[in-house]
Design a protein. Structure first.
Length: 175
Protein backbone atom coordinates (compact mmCIF):
# COMPACT_ATOMS: atom_id res chain seq x y z
CA UNK A 1 0.00 0.00 0.00
CA UNK A 2 1.31 3.45 -0.93
CA UNK A 3 2.27 5.83 1.85
CA UNK A 4 0.08 8.87 2.47
CA UNK A 5 1.67 12.27 1.98
CA UNK A 6 1.72 12.73 5.79
CA UNK A 7 3.70 9.49 6.17
CA UNK A 8 6.14 10.59 3.46
CA UNK A 9 6.64 13.89 5.33
CA UNK A 10 8.42 11.93 8.10
CA UNK A 11 11.31 11.26 5.69
CA UNK A 12 11.73 14.79 4.29
CA UNK A 13 15.10 16.47 4.86
CA UNK A 14 15.13 18.75 1.84
CA UNK A 15 12.80 21.33 0.32
CA UNK A 16 13.20 22.39 -3.31
CA UNK A 17 11.06 25.18 -4.72
CA UNK A 18 10.43 26.74 -8.09
CA UNK A 19 10.06 30.54 -8.04
CA UNK A 20 7.42 31.83 -10.47
CA UNK A 21 4.02 30.41 -9.57
CA UNK A 22 5.32 28.91 -6.30
CA UNK A 23 7.21 31.60 -4.38
CA UNK A 24 5.36 34.22 -6.42
CA UNK A 25 1.84 34.27 -7.80
CA UNK A 26 3.27 34.18 -11.32
CA UNK A 27 2.53 37.84 -11.98
CA UNK A 28 5.35 39.92 -13.39
CA UNK A 29 5.20 43.71 -13.15
CA UNK A 30 7.25 45.33 -15.90
CA UNK A 31 8.73 48.73 -15.09
CA UNK A 32 9.27 51.50 -17.64
CA UNK A 33 12.90 50.42 -17.89
CA UNK A 34 11.89 46.82 -18.63
CA UNK A 35 12.79 45.46 -15.21
CA UNK A 36 10.53 42.57 -14.20
CA UNK A 37 9.34 42.81 -10.60
CA UNK A 38 7.85 39.98 -8.56
CA UNK A 39 6.06 39.82 -5.22
CA UNK A 40 7.01 37.25 -2.60
CA UNK A 41 5.06 36.27 0.50
CA UNK A 42 6.69 37.17 3.83
CA UNK A 43 5.16 34.08 5.51
CA UNK A 44 6.79 31.82 2.92
CA UNK A 45 10.08 33.54 3.70
CA UNK A 46 9.63 33.02 7.44
CA UNK A 47 8.98 29.31 6.91
CA UNK A 48 12.01 28.85 4.64
CA UNK A 49 14.20 30.55 7.24
CA UNK A 50 12.69 28.35 9.99
CA UNK A 51 13.44 25.25 7.90
CA UNK A 52 17.06 26.30 7.41
CA UNK A 53 17.51 27.13 11.08
CA UNK A 54 16.23 23.70 12.13
CA UNK A 55 18.56 21.79 9.82
CA UNK A 56 16.61 21.23 6.62
CA UNK A 57 18.16 21.79 3.20
CA UNK A 58 16.40 24.46 1.15
CA UNK A 59 17.14 24.79 -2.55
CA UNK A 60 15.68 26.91 -5.33
CA UNK A 61 15.58 25.68 -8.93
CA UNK A 62 14.00 28.07 -11.41
CA UNK A 63 14.05 28.69 -15.12
CA UNK A 64 13.61 32.40 -14.45
CA UNK A 65 16.50 34.68 -13.69
CA UNK A 66 16.08 37.79 -11.56
CA UNK A 67 18.76 39.35 -9.37
CA UNK A 68 16.13 40.76 -6.97
CA UNK A 69 14.85 37.23 -6.34
CA UNK A 70 18.40 36.02 -5.69
CA UNK A 71 19.03 38.83 -3.19
CA UNK A 72 15.76 38.14 -1.35
CA UNK A 73 16.54 34.42 -1.07
CA UNK A 74 20.13 35.03 0.06
CA UNK A 75 18.84 37.41 2.74
CA UNK A 76 16.78 34.49 4.08
CA UNK A 77 19.96 32.40 4.34
CA UNK A 78 19.39 30.23 1.27
CA UNK A 79 22.66 29.48 -0.49
CA UNK A 80 21.56 26.85 -3.01
CA UNK A 81 19.90 29.11 -5.56
CA UNK A 82 19.81 27.95 -9.17
CA UNK A 83 18.20 30.61 -11.39
CA UNK A 84 18.08 30.60 -15.19
CA UNK A 85 18.16 26.79 -15.14
CA UNK A 86 17.25 25.32 -18.53
CA UNK A 87 17.37 21.68 -17.30
CA UNK A 88 15.85 21.26 -13.85
CA UNK A 89 16.43 17.51 -13.82
CA UNK A 90 20.18 17.91 -14.37
CA UNK A 91 20.35 20.60 -11.66
CA UNK A 92 18.37 18.41 -9.28
CA UNK A 93 20.63 15.41 -9.92
CA UNK A 94 23.77 17.49 -9.33
CA UNK A 95 22.31 18.95 -6.12
CA UNK A 96 21.30 15.64 -4.52
CA UNK A 97 24.62 14.06 -5.51
CA UNK A 98 26.62 16.99 -4.09
CA UNK A 99 24.88 16.77 -0.69
CA UNK A 100 24.33 12.98 -0.71
CA UNK A 101 20.54 13.37 -0.49
CA UNK A 102 18.23 10.52 -1.41
CA UNK A 103 15.49 11.62 -3.82
CA UNK A 104 12.83 10.13 -1.52
CA UNK A 105 13.93 12.65 1.15
CA UNK A 106 13.01 15.59 -1.09
CA UNK A 107 9.81 17.63 -1.18
CA UNK A 108 9.63 19.57 -4.44
CA UNK A 109 7.00 22.22 -5.06
CA UNK A 110 6.38 23.17 -8.67
CA UNK A 111 3.44 24.60 -10.55
CA UNK A 112 3.81 24.10 -14.29
CA UNK A 113 5.20 21.95 -17.11
CA UNK A 114 8.90 22.86 -16.60
CA UNK A 115 8.66 21.20 -13.16
CA UNK A 116 6.99 18.00 -14.38
CA UNK A 117 10.00 15.73 -14.94
CA UNK A 118 11.90 16.70 -11.79
CA UNK A 119 8.76 16.24 -9.70
CA UNK A 120 8.59 12.62 -10.88
CA UNK A 121 11.99 11.99 -9.24
CA UNK A 122 11.26 13.12 -5.68
CA UNK A 123 9.65 11.50 -2.65
CA UNK A 124 6.99 14.17 -2.21
CA UNK A 125 5.94 16.17 -5.27
CA UNK A 126 3.67 19.05 -4.20
CA UNK A 127 2.08 22.07 -5.81
CA UNK A 128 0.05 25.20 -5.06
CA UNK A 129 -3.72 25.12 -5.55
CA UNK A 130 -3.54 27.15 -8.77
CA UNK A 131 -1.05 24.87 -10.56
CA UNK A 132 -1.51 23.44 -14.03
CA UNK A 133 -3.65 20.29 -14.31
CA UNK A 134 -0.65 18.18 -15.38
CA UNK A 135 1.23 19.11 -12.21
CA UNK A 136 -1.79 18.52 -9.99
CA UNK A 137 -2.09 15.02 -11.47
CA UNK A 138 1.40 13.97 -10.36
CA UNK A 139 1.40 15.80 -7.00
CA UNK A 140 1.00 13.76 -3.83
CA UNK A 141 -0.11 16.91 -2.02
CA UNK A 142 -1.89 19.96 -3.43
CA UNK A 143 -1.76 22.93 -1.07
CA UNK A 144 -4.99 24.75 -0.33
CA UNK A 145 -2.94 27.96 -0.83
CA UNK A 146 -2.09 29.58 -4.15
CA UNK A 147 1.43 30.21 -5.40
CA UNK A 148 2.93 33.29 -3.76
CA UNK A 149 0.10 33.26 -1.23
CA UNK A 150 1.43 30.89 1.43
CA UNK A 151 1.74 27.53 -0.36
CA UNK A 152 5.42 27.26 0.60
CA UNK A 153 4.65 28.06 4.24
CA UNK A 154 1.90 25.43 4.13
CA UNK A 155 4.18 22.55 3.11
CA UNK A 156 7.12 23.53 5.30
CA UNK A 157 4.91 23.96 8.36
CA UNK A 158 3.23 20.59 7.75
CA UNK A 159 6.55 18.75 7.41
CA UNK A 160 7.97 20.43 10.50
CA UNK A 161 4.81 19.64 12.49
CA UNK A 162 4.83 15.99 11.42
CA UNK A 163 8.47 15.76 12.51
CA UNK A 164 7.84 17.66 15.77
CA UNK A 165 10.11 20.55 14.78
CA UNK A 166 7.61 23.38 14.22
CA UNK A 167 6.68 23.83 17.86
CA UNK A 168 10.31 23.37 18.92
CA UNK A 169 11.29 26.16 16.52
CA UNK A 170 8.78 28.76 17.54
CA UNK A 171 8.99 27.84 21.25
CA UNK A 172 12.72 28.49 21.04
CA UNK A 173 12.04 31.81 19.28
CA UNK A 174 9.49 32.91 21.89
CA UNK A 175 11.59 32.19 24.99
Amino acid sequence: MAKSYKEIMNDITTFIFDVDGVLTDGTVHVSQTGEMLREMNIKDGFAMKAALETGYNVCIISGGSNEGVRIRLRNLGITDIHLGTPDKVATFNEYVELYDIKPEQVLYMGDDIPDYHVMQLVGLPTCPQDSSPEIKTISKYISHKFGGKGAVRDVIEQVMKVQGKWHMYYNGKLD
